[in-house]
Ligand binder design. Structure first.
Ligand code: PRX
Length: 671
């Protein structure tokens, strides 16, 4: 455990401030799937006493081509769920509804970002229409020679075709690897090469805050370094000119026009991989977490049903909107797989919350009668900053449930969300989970569990979290420690693509017998979990996960940089902002001593990182230093740098060189 630092006590203070409790609003509870605390507690107790029969019962609500023979085969850290079962997630998301009584129900409502004459383009697809589109695109994939087990990279904006692409891959057993549209060419190439993707699905451009993002151009740059890619399929979104390479690049619409509309869903093994999703860790390059089919289906289905109160016969007309991009796990589990398995109407919006005006989200909620809204604390903090009048212009009467995800929510933002957006009548589900967990692990069941602002509250069914100390012993209620999970659960990631050893070392070696989350937490006397942020070198910038090492590697790849250390500094809006301490190559240090030269260099380095990784990794601040403070063994003293970056102990013009001389004595005392 030596590399993990325990959560800082000031974090604990800030989460402890709020001790208000809000019972579920009675009018919500009256029609909810789970209506009382007693009901939650009874079902939870049952799920813990006998998880296998609990999960088997949940799995029985889905369609299986062949039933499993064994619910769980657990040989730490290798879990196999629903062993011997044959299932298809595309079938469960689409066919089950299209072939049943939901054929005419709207599956997807998509709203484009551009607005002309006060109107944005809107497209809707019923389950029957989605069924046709998914089958056609599955046939497109097959026509390119893509087969079960092949990896397909997807680098797109938020369009209906993106959801269709995921479902088409799932239908034929191709493994999708979605790469967030904000990543740069290098980052794409790294991910594509790591899993040897055979194809990339992309689009000409996407829209974000009124500008066209050149997706195909970035893919072209990446393609220079990705020999495994044989085919590129390009969706025409804006019609902007793009280069198409004969034989390799194909227009989406041309292939779809030729495709047959029938493609039966392949019966897949429960443990056949569904997707790879790269996420940042403490060390090295991003890890390709592998999720498999059966367990992930059950986990996302059931959490969506209970946490978002879907599949609720009292609310057949719910319109569900999760604002996450499908490039992140939240989009996989709670834009596509979870809600569609529940036969919900899912809203997808293409663009930014503040385009063309700051009230775009509220306008969308009113226009489409959104009833369930799921977003990130960083967005909520931005709404607060932009001013209440943008929210107050809209009725928001359709809303009945609100959710948050991605980072701890400060109680003030929670209260604002409850009062201004939810108008006091909507429960708030603060959902804690990770790319690795596949589905929500800690969150209130909205009709049952009273909420406390800033707490993700209590565990989901079948989940046994625990807060432990560095030695792995449970800590007293109310004390901070490391969050672990005791037992396997169906939607957990199975491995890191191509690196089973790293998977074991990263997640299953810190605390014996447990999954280690990398998060600090506290569990109060009522059994409520309060998340306190990462205890490792993973940053959370606007809900986006980044490794300090990734940013450091990008910086040292710059010819003028000798060494770099990156830390997170608390930020009112983003949660964390990136601060980089950089020491320059000697020749460049000597040549860049004027404040103007250093300011220009800062700018150059910020742009460099954005170009290397993507603008989400762009440092907020860069500080130059002769040397980086290190331990005797040569480890950078990040804790110290974090303090410097956070407490602003370094005064004066930040363009001047930092002086760490005064810190030298600390080197003697550090471990
Ligand atoms: O630190 C936790 C934070 O986000 C991390 C997981 O990031 P990622 O894999 O990108 O998945 C984000 C969406 C599930 C966690 O280790 N986190 C996520 N949700 C919460 C949270 N921290 C506090 N409260 C949450 N509700």
């Amino acid at each position: 455990m030596s590399s993990r630092s325990m959560p800082a006590s000031q974090d604990l203070q800030s989460t402890l401030r709020e001790d208000r409790v809000f019972p579920p609003p009675p009018e919500f509870a009256a029609t909810a799937n789970i209506k009382s605390l007693e009901e939650y507690e009874t079902l939870y107790a049952r799920s813990i006493a006998d998880p296998e029969s609990f999960w088997a019962e949940a799995a029985s609500e889905l369609h299986w081509f062949q039933k499993w023979t064994k619910v769980l085969d657990w040989q730490l850290p290798v879990a196999k769920w629903f062993v011997g079962g044959k299932i298809n997630l595309s079938y469960n998301c689409v066919d089950r509804h299209a072939l049943g009584d939901k054929a005419g129900k709207t599956a997807l409502i998509w709203e484009a970002e551009p607005v002309a004459n006060g109107k944005a383009e809107v497209r809707t697809l019923t389950y029957a229409q989605l069924h046709v589109e998914v089958q056609k695109f599955a046939n497109v994939l097959k026509s390119l020679g893509i087969q079960k087990g092949d990896r397909v990279a997807i680098y797109m904006g938020m369009t209906p075709e993106l959801a269709i692409a995921l479902l088409a891959c799932a239908r034929i057993g191709a493994i999708h690897s979605v790469i967030f549209g904000g990543f740069a060419a290098h980052a794409i190439a790294d991910r594509v090469n790591d899993s040897q993707c055979v194809a990339i699905l992309t689009q000409d451009t996407s829209y974000r805050r009124g500008t066209e993002i050149q997706l195909k151009r970035t893919v072209d740059e990446a393609l220079a370094q990705t020999p495994s890619v044989k085919n590129v399929v390009v969706l025409k979104r804006s019609g902007s000119a793009v280069q198409m390479k004969e034989g390799r690049d194909h227009w989406w619409h041309e292939l779809v026009a030729k495709a047959d509309a029938t493609c039966p869903a392949e019966p897949l093994d429960s443990e056949d991989p569904l997707y790879i999703l790269y996420t940042s860790g403490t060390t090295g390059t991003p890890k390709g977490l592998v999720h498999t089919t059966g367990g992930y289906a059950v986990g996302t289905y059931l959490t969506t049903k209970y946490v978002f109160d879907l599949s609720n016969p009292n609310h057949p007309n719910d319109v569900y909107w999760c604002t996450a991009d499908i490039g992140w796990v939240t989009g996989h589990s709670y834009v596509v797989y979870g809600p569609l398995q529940n036969g919900a109407t899912v809203l997808m919006y293409e663009g930014a919350p503040n385009y063309p005006d700051f009230d775009r989200f509220w306008q969308i909620i009113d226009d489409h009668k959104v009833s369930i809204f799921y977003t990130a604390p960083t967005a909520i903090r931005a709404f607060i900053k932009w001013g209440d009048h943008h929210v107050e212009k809209h009725g928001l009467d359709s809303l009945r449930l609100l959710g948050t995800v991605g980072e701890p929510i400060n109680p003030e933002s929670w209260m604002w969300y409850r009062d201004r957006v939810g108008q006091g009548r909507c429960p708030i589900v603060d959902t804690w989970w990770q790319t690795e967990t596949g589905a929500i692990l800690i969150a209130p069941i909205p009709g049952a569990v009273p909420t406390k602002p800033g707490s993700a509250t209590r565990p989901f069914f079948g989940i046994q979290p625990e807060v432990v100390n560095k030695e792995g012993h449970p800590v007293e209620p109310g004390h901070g420690g490391l969050l672990v999970v005791r037992k396997p659960w169906p939607s957990m990631a199975r491995t890191i693509y191509g690196d089973a050893e790293r998977y074991k070392k990263t997640y299953w070696s810190d605390v014996e017998g447990c999954y280690f989350t990398g998060d600090g937490a506290r569990c109060d006397a009522d059994g409520y979990y309060w998340l306190m942020g990462r205890v490792d070198d993973v940053l959370n910038v606007s809900g986006h996960r980044l490794g300090t090492m990734e940013v450091e590697s990008a910086l040292v790849a710059h010819p003028k940089v000798a060494e770099a250390a990156v830390v997170g500094r608390p930020d009112d809006l983003k949660g964390q902002a990136i601060v980089a301490f950089v020491s320059l190559d000697l020749a460049h240090a000597a040549a860049n001593t004027t404040p103007e030269a250093l300011a220009a260099l800062k700018d150059e380095l910020k742009k460099w990182v954005a170009k290397e990784i993507g603008s989400l990794a762009r440092p907020e601040d860069i500080r130059f230093t002769d040397t980086l403070p290190k331990t005797r063994s040569g480890k950078i003293m990040r804790r110290l740098l974090r303090e410097l970056a956070t407490n602003g102990e370094i005064k004066g013009d930040t363009t001047t060189l930092e002086d760490f001389q005064g810190l030298a004595k600390l080197r003697e005392t550090e471990e």
